[in-house]
Design a protein around this ligand. Sequence first.
Ligand SMILES: C[S@@+](CC[C@H](N)C(=O)[O-])C[C@H]1O[C@@H](n2cnc3c(N)ncnc32)[C@H](O)[C@@H]1O
Length: 275
Amino acid sequence: MNRQRPSHYIHGSSSEEQRRLSTLNELINHSSFEQMNPRRGEKVLDVGSGLGQFARMIARATGERVIGVERDRDQIEECRRLGKTYGEEDLLEIRPGDVYSLPLSVDEWGTFDLAHARFVLEHLDDPAVAVRGMVRAVRPGGRVVLEDDDHDLLRLWPECSGADELWRAYCSSQLALGNDPWIGRKLTALLHAAGAAPSRATWVFFGASAGEPTFPVYVDNLIGLLRGARAHIVDQGLIDEGLFEGGLQSLVEWKKRPEATFWYARAWAEGRVEG
Ligand SMILES: C[S@@+](CC[C@H](N)C(=O)[O-])C[C@H]1O[C@@H](n2cnc3c(N)ncnc32)[C@H](O)[C@@H]1O
């Protein structure tokens, strides 16, 4: 039965947000790929697949078409456009659908070698339901891989005036929507509760120091993410407009500091489906 739930996805799918997500993919896909280590012949399900860049990367390695599930029409359209642009439309079958009710046929359940979700569970009011669906989709012996944020981990040094308040307001906006800004630490427990056997957890570094070419890209991603959530943060009264703009301006200035480091990590948890 289809379960329709309201969307709590804070970032939306404007073209500016899609550019941010695409750049973010270019920045982190290699590290996700390294951790996942997909093998030739594996059949993979990517849940909340967004623009499909990571799904296509997986498919290049496995030699098998990845099934992606995505709810937002604009993301699906852009995902298809990107696939075509790179001549890789055969690598990903993108299915419109909801992670709460995966659009799989009767004979597909329990057949995937691997199900993956990145930056999706944090936006759900009931992530346990989504993880149960992922576990059901995977064959005995297969893997479920969850990657997500734990927003407490962000450390900017030297301190960036106003950034902490802004980050806290952003986390509060997630909470107000019924999302979980601290889901990262709970990923293994979610796998366990869904019946998978936890097998590995790690943090994947997400940051850089000044002097690394990726440093400004990480800071710009943070600025873009906050800007995109402005309506949820300022209009909801979680921070004063002046403090919001001041915090963003501080980040712009902070990006120029030669001694700065952006310290963050995403949580990674893996479980095995038992027979
Ligand atoms: C932050 S993006 C991450 C996309 C991709 N996993 C990645 O790492 O690049 C989260 C994606 O999940 C999608 N999404 C959010 N809630 C969803 C749901 N209930 N069902 C399917 N997709 C959902 C959003 O539309 C968005 O494209």
